[in-house]
Design a protein around this ligand. Sequence first.
Ligand SMILES: Cc1ncc(C[n+]2csc(CCOP(=O)(O)OP(=O)(O)O)c2C)c(N)n1
Ligand SMILES: [Mg+2]
Length: 257
Amino acid sequence: MMGISLKNFMLYWMGNEIGSRAPDGINVMPVSIPVGTHPLHAVGTAWAAKLKGDKIVTLTYFGDGATSKGDFHEAMNFAGVYKTPTIFFCQNNQYAISVPRSLQTASKTIAQKAIAYGFDGIQVDGNDLFAVFVATKEAVEKARAGGGPTLIEGVTFRFGPHTTADDPTKYRTEKEIEPWKPLDPLARLKLYLSSKGLWREEVEQRITEEAQKEIDQAIKDAEAVPPPAPDEMFTSVFAEMTPQLKEQLEYLKSTLA
Ligand SMILES: Cc1ncc(C[n+]2csc(CCOP(=O)(O)OP(=O)(O)O)c2C)c(N)n1
Ligand SMILES: [Mg+2]
């Protein structure tokens, strides 16, 4: 949707740095593996754009766990002071791996954290596509008009395990998951569209088949790219390598030799 190809997305997950490089003119940053470090980048780019008179708005997505990171608070503070056009979107899925939301913050909501930094915070039903769309749209319009940042908390629930290495039965019960099941956003959207006469089984089948084909092709294309040389993990970080990266690259080379 934003101009990143599915093939590049696959390359990223295969550990190939090419996957992280957005095509020229596409303003999408690489996926952030360290939790919560990227809100700073969103504020930095928004601030730079504001100084240059460039009418962009930045959106940054992170989890409930990320709000415990210092980086998140530094980003919120700078955004508030410099009124940067930044939307902070917290996907509050109630868990950071095994750590529940109640151990993440003593605040009643995540949205209210915006008050301390002097800008608007809004809590929305994160499983309601229309609520999320409208809240984001309004925040973007406000930022574009010079109204500064917004924190949006989308309240949702992580149904599955965090990763294949995680076993959620160790820290939560089926009883806790049960009430969220009817709130599944896909099921709700389908119900809504069906009630309006806008959804048909044959359309669903066709879209599913088309998507499957597209994904299969992207995997094939990504697998056809030769594996990256080990030195790419140093050369692709900055436009020019820092002295530390040069040293590390030399060390790797000598070790491999
Ligand atoms: C700085 C840092 N510490 C720890 C990790 C390991 N880790 C990966 S995901 C995760 C939990 C993230 O929880 P949350 O922010 O709620 O996002 P969610 O995965 O629930 O969407 C942790 C601790 C990491 N990637 N980066
Ligand atoms: Mg989470």
